[in-house]
Design a protein around this ligand. Structure first.
Ligand SMILES: Nc1ncnc2c1ncn2[C@@H]1O[C@H](COP(=O)(O)OP(=O)(O)OP(=O)(O)O)[C@@H](O)[C@H]1O
Ligand SMILES: [Mg+2]
Length: 239
């Protein structure tokens, strides 16, 4: 295909709340090349999660186009989207989103069930991935028997299960202490170095040194770094 790996064009996500419309995203245009590490920044409520969820096919836009690797997401039906997510995408959440009743190994193996992978292969693959994130000795632990950092590493293993080209992470270090957060960031940097395209929403300044690109959001709009700096400085001096 020609063109960027990700193309977002005229993207809007509006929520109807009683009589008012919340414009979480309002005409966003973004191009992202493959093998980049993009950090999305913006104040609370600026639309960061909305953008990531749309890109991850977890939500539908009000208007606009989303293209990933030559495929158009916004016109896909639910089945096509589910297949696309499984094949191309790994999603990492701030709150880990593990299934509490399942062990680490079962959580990692779970998405493979829908991909029709045989049980034996699922077990092998989840073991390999848990080893890769340094948790081989915790595979039988339930999420409640793991630290926050360990839970996030299980979530990363799960996100990698189908070998996705695109990794999306929404504040992956937001619920972690400093050192666990640093190890999660390092893992994302390693995934980028291994050839994946990574998009991270974060408030964590330490993530910036890994970034090849930055996207600044204010009130549902993409702005330049200069506009962003002056707006956030104004906000600070106002308060
Ligand atoms: N389901 C919803 N219904 C109505 N409004 C919503 C919904 N989800 C988000 N919003 C609104 O959309 C705007 C953008 O929300 P979003 O979650 O994308 O922000 P964010 O930049 O991720 O913020 P944070 O840093 O706090 O996570 C906010 O004003 C929010 O209140
Ligand atoms: Mg958010």
């Amino acid at each position: 295909m020609t063109g960027p790996f990700i193309r977002i064009f005229g993207l809007a996500r509006h929520y109807q709340m009683g009589g008012t419309t919340v414009r979480a995203l309002d005409g966003v245009n973004v191009d992202i090349e493959s093998h980049t590490f993009t950090v999305v920044m913006g104040p609370s409520g600026s639309g960061k999660s909305s953008l990531l969820y749309l890109l991850g096919g977890l939500d539908r836009p009000t208007a606009g186009e989303i293209w990933v690797n030559g495929e158009r997401l916004d016109t896909m039906d639910e089945n096509q989207l589910a297949v696309f997510r499984r094949r191309a995408m790994g999603f990492i959440f701030q709150s880990f989103n593990l299934v509490q009743s399942m062990s680490a190994a079962e959580n990692v193996a779970f998405p493979m069930q829908f991909a029709g992978v045989p049980a034996m292969r699922r077990t092998e693959r989840s073991h390999d991935l848990l080893k890769q994130v340094g948790l081989a000795d915790r595979s039988h632990h339930k999420p409640s028997e793991l630290s926050g950092g360990q839970q996030q590493r299980v979530a990363i293993a799960r996100a990698l299960v189908n070998d996705p080209a695109l990794i999306l992470a929404d504040e992956p270090t937001g619920n972690l202490d400093t050192s666990s957060g640093a190890s999660i960031m390092q893992m994302l940097a390693d995934l980028h170095r291994a050839g994946r395209t990574v998009l991270v929403v974060t408030h964590d300044a330490r993530m910036m040194r890994f970034a090849t690109h930055k996207i600044f959001l204010l009130d549902g709009h993409v702005v330049s770094e200069a506009e962003y700096q002056s707006a956030t400085l104004d906000a600070m001096s106002d308060s």
